[in-house]
Design a binder for this molecule. Structure first.
Ligand SMILES: Cc1ncc(COP(=O)(O)O)c(C=O)c1O
Length: 433
């Protein structure tokens, strides 16, 4: 296996190498890191997967269950909408459908006129929100992110001219980020905090006590909290995951000050290609975000708006979808628990598993990359090395010694992959004795 080189340019595809010469370019672009999948493709480019076994991918977290017919039908019915420009604010009927869903799901009342905006999936909104909040002229602004994390948070911070500060998740506390490790000096420079609940890749849901801590910090230091909740409808406990707006209301913050929740249809309704979600929260931030979005040109297309109304108004397909994930996780997690350090997460569709002999790595990336490479070579199963989803801080990468498995394929494929992983791990453990 080639040595692991964590420097961003080492694995940047040629098209992303900074241009030289006199072409004007935003210099901040060169600070962007290659996406984890690009790095993984690079790291396993020299591998020929075992051709005797059909490929199974647990690598990319793209929903694979069928798109509900009611959404497809709504798209077809809305074809005449192609003839008009959509508004950035979105149709009143869409904002009302969203507000009604928030009411049903969280028992929280949001004003559809001032506290809700449609967005083209949560990814673009996570990015654009940072550009709305950050002052590019500020020299030492910070954006705080959990670690491991969804890489858009980092890119949004860097292109907004800020630096990132990562807070490691703690496996001993259900992967909660240890906010207590952040100094007052760091919080005082913080303008934006991203949280992800349910978390990718950990699946952890933030409890009310953690929200109380973060709201208190936000009040004291004046930063905005962006709560990424795109996995909120895929959960394995009886209680649905607590949402940010719900936590704010429970803690007496009915105005949602300095808080924006981001939700998506991609996973809830199996429509990653629709590009539809919403943001809701502090009316002052929503107003500024609308202004930014008007110039950015990110109005949601009329077809997508109509399809989204149909999706938010229907819960039966969401219950059925959750049922499929529950069945899958109930069957697959116990198989993997025979050889990996893994348990049923609170929510989302990932298993964030510790591989054996992690101690040998002592928090350094490497082990899990070798593991994922070996698994691909010998058993034709793709998983994502955990270190690619996290940053190394003070010599420790919280994804080291872990792999992420997305259980998006049909249950039979996930089970077969799990059985191959068991065989591979047993053979590996034997060979290391
Ligand atoms: C944590 C997290 N946030 C946001 C997104 C973006 O999802 P979408 O843009 O489809 O809403 C993803 C996608 O995988 C994700 O994992």
């Amino acid at each position: 296996m080639p040595p692991f080189d964590a420097s961003p340019l080492a694995v940047m595809p040629p098209a992303m190498q900074p241009l030289s010469g006199r072409t004007p370019l935003n210099p901040l672009l060169s600070r962007l890191q290659p996406y984890p999948f690009e790095r993984w493709r690079e790291l396993c480019a020299d591998i020929t997967p075992n051709e005797d076994l059909r490929p199974i991918s647990l690598g990319i977290g793209e929903p694979k269950h069928a798109t509900p017919a009611l959404i497809e039908e709504a798209v077809m019915k809305a074809l005449p909408m192609l003839a008009a420009y959509p508004s950035t604010l979105g149709e009143p009927a869409l904002r009302e459908a969203i507000a009604d869903w928030v009411q049903r799901r969280y028992a929280v009342s949001v004003n559809p006129g001032t506290q809700v905006l449609p967005v083209n999936g949560s990814r673009e909104a996570l990015f654009a929100l940072a550009q709305t909040v950050l002052d590019p002229a500020e020299r030492d602004a910070l954006v705080v992110c959990p670690n491991p994390f969804y890489q858009i948070y980092e890119g949004a911070a860097l292109l907004g001219g800020a630096q990132t500060h990562f807070v490691a998740s703690d496996p001993k506390r259900n992967f909660a980020a240890d906010w207590g490790t952040v100094s007052e000096a760091t919080w005082s420079r913080t303008r934006l905090l991203y949280v992800c609940s349910p978390g990718n890749p950990t699946g952890a849901v933030m409890p009310l006590s953690e929200w109380a801590t973060l709201f208190e910090l936000s009040d004291r230091h004046g930063f905005v909290i962006a709560s990424d909740e795109c996995y909120s409808e895929i959960y394995f406990r009886d209680e649905p995951p607590l949402g940010a707006l719900q936590a704010a209301q429970a803690l007496g913050r009915a105005d949602f000050r300095n808080l924006i929740a981001l939700t998506s249809l991609s996973k809830r309704s199996n429509v990653p290609g629709l590009r539809s979600g919403f943001v809701a929260g502090d009316a002052r931030l929503i107003k500024a975000f609308l202004l930014y979005r008007t110039y950015h040109g990110s109005a949601m297309g009329g077809l997508v708006q109509r399809a989204s109304i149909a999706a938010w108004n229907d819960e039966a397909h969401v219950v059925a979808n959750r049922g499929l994930y529950r069945q899958k996780f109930a069957q697959v997690a116990p198989v993997l628990a025979n050889v990996l350090d893994v348990q049923l997460p609170d929510a989302a569709f990932y298993l964030w598993a510790g591989i054996p002999r992690h101690e040998a790595g002592r928090g350094q990336p490497g082990n899990e990359i070798g593991f994922a490479r070996g698994l691909l070579a010998q058993y034709n199963v793709q998983v994502l090395p955990g270190s690619l989803l996290a940053r190394t801080v003070a010599g420790v990468n919280p994804g080291a010694g872990r792999i992420r498995m997305a259980l998006v394929a049909p249950v039979a494929d996930c089970l077969e992959a799990a059985e191959r992983i068991v065989r591979f791990t047993q053979e590996l453990t034997e060979s290391l004795r």
